[in-house]
Design a protein around this ligand. Structure first.
Ligand SMILES: NC(=O)c1ccc[n+]([C@@H]2O[C@H](COP(=O)([O-])OP(=O)(O)OC[C@H]3O[C@@H](n4cnc5c(N)ncnc54)[C@H](O)[C@@H]3O)[C@@H](O)[C@H]2O)c1
Length: 447
């Protein structure tokens, strides 16, 4: 396909990152950016900072860093703001989260202490097991949205920002089904005015973000912007949106291992995934409503990857179970176990066991950074609505109703890189490879 590239505005001026939730993920992300900028730490896990991208044929050996290839905001141009129900500043909150060591936090204490959370829009019927004093008072959900919009505007003005991005890093809300109030912009706006019970705080933040022309990302599994009213609003307002649920630990592994099994036509009888974790996220997820949101997002991936309807003999009777157990001694150190009962030639059984000892927020922080930078790029490139090319970062990627979500990690990765090539007018890479050999099978000379 001939490529022209897309007109992309330069990343001039400062980029504000608005974070609903100033807990483990947000503080690990913000502290990390300052540690990278001012103390030479490596931004491990971030594609925008560390990864290269191949351009052209394999014998051209062109592989610049992504950040040198596409015009991204630089880390020194980032400014941060957050909302939380707890009044702790980013330093205090990071200490409590216990992800980064005090010796590292002390290096950026001054920068972190300046980030004090704005009062939150909170509704205890959506998040159980925690509550705090730093909340906005409002009579209607529309008023709540307007208060958030004022916060967004005053952040922009006070820091002299040229652009902003919002990334939801607050707690997981309980599971909700789509209701009439979610179906159209009109129904949603009248639901805001009439305090419709099915409109959650994350939807109010997403609405405020989109109305202010600010790209919105949802790092948690609940719906937020993933409702017809808000996807349409984003499209109409020319705002990119993406979600849901950062793909960090067990699901990252699952979406790499499951495609491997399917590509070799190995059967799977059972997949039992369990997690133990002891952070505030784990406490919130020990409520059945919030767990249900997470379970739905974690469980969907195998059905799409393995296609039991196309391969009933291999995957038709797969038993898939996901558990999350709150276990305080673990803190932010999550332990994920996967027991996979597979079968091979003639149906002979085998097992794969994976024990992933990970740190949730260490895996999530670079994702927040990449998403913020790529969403800002998308907006400057005039992309609007659902950003499916960022599926790579999500457990339950948002997608148009006409297509199914793409969960296979390597396909998601290829999709992301091809989108960058497309934006910059470079040829897409198909990995076909026959162009390197002549009719007789001899290697062709490189360019
Ligand atoms: N860490 C990971 O690997 C990972 C992966 C996927 C998704 N997530 C999701 O990211 C989110 C953040 O995770 P975390 O470990 O930082 O959790 P956390 O509990 O440490 O932080 C969340 C913060 O959000 C605040 N909060 C709750 N409701 C709010 C509201 N309405 N407005 C503003 N603040 C609010 C809480 O007070 C808390 O401080 C969770 O929803 C989690 O499920 C995390």
């Amino acid at each position: 396909m001939p490529q022209k590239g897309v007109k992309i505005a330069k990343p001039e001026g400062k980029l504000g990152i608005l974070l609903p939730g100033l807990g483990a993920v947000s503080t690990t992300f913000i502290a990390g950016v300052f540690l990278v900028l001012k103390h030479g730490f490596a931004p491990v896990g971030s594609l925008t900072q560390m990864q290269t991208i191949r351009l052209g044929r394999r014998d051209e050996h062109r592989a610049p860093l992504i950040k040198d290839f596409v015009p991204l905001a630089s880390l020194s141009d980032l400014e941060f703001a957050a909302w939380d129900i707890f009044p702790d500043n980013a330093y205090e909150s990071a200490l409590k989260a216990g992800v980064l060591g005090k010796e590292h936090l002390l290096l950026v204490k001054g920068e972190l202490e300046k980030i004090k959370p704005m009062s939150a829009v909170f509704d205890p019927s959506f998040v159980k097991n925690i509550d705090g004093p730093n909340k906005k008072e409002f009579k209607s959900k529309l008023e709540a949205a307007n208060l958030l919009r004022e916060d967004i505007r005053s952040f922009k003005k006070s820091r002299k920002l040229s652009r902003m991005v919002m990334v939801w890093c607050a707690s997981t809300e309980r599971y909700v089904e789509l209701t009439a109030a979610h179906q159209s912009i009109e129904a949603f706006e009248s639901g805001l005015a009439n305090n419709d019970a099915s409109i959650s705080p994350s939807m109010i933040y997403a609405y405020a973000s989109i109305m202010e022309g600010v790209p919105f990302v949802n790092g948690a599994p609940h719906l937020a912007a993933d409702i017809p009213a808000l996807t349409e609003l984003a499209r109409q307002k020319g705002v990119p949106i993406a979600g849901k649920d950062f793909k960090t630990g067990q699901t990252l592994v699952k979406t790499a291992v499951a495609p491997m099994l399917k590509s070799r036509m190995l059967g799977v009888r059972g997949w039992f995934s369990t997690n133990i974790l002891g952070n505030r996220d784990g406490l919130v997820l020990s409520d059945a409503g919030s767990f249900k949101s997470k379970e739905v997002s974690k469980k969907g991936v195998l059905d799409y990857i393995l296609q039991p309807e196309a391969y009933p003999q291999l995957y038709g009777s797969l038993y898939h179970k996901v558990r999350i157990e709150y276990y305080p001694p673990k803190g932010d150190d999550k332990e994920g176990w996967d027991n996979i009962d597979i079968f091979g030639w003639l149906g002979y059984p085998m097992q794969i066991k994976i024990n992933f000892l990970c740190k949730d927020s260490i895996l999530a922080a670079p994702i927040v950074l990449d998403l913020a930078l790529f969403m800002d790029l998308a907006q400057r490139a005039g992309m609007r609505g659902i950003q499916e090319w960022l599926s790579f970062y999500f457990k339950a990627p948002m997608h148009a109703p006409s297509v199914y979500p793409e969960h296979d990690l390597s396909i998601q990765h290829m999709k992301l890189k091809n989108t960058l090539r497309y934006l910059m007018g470079e040829g897409l890479i198909t990995h076909l490879g026959i162009e390197y050999y002549d009719y007789w099978g001899r290697a062709k000379k490189g360019k």
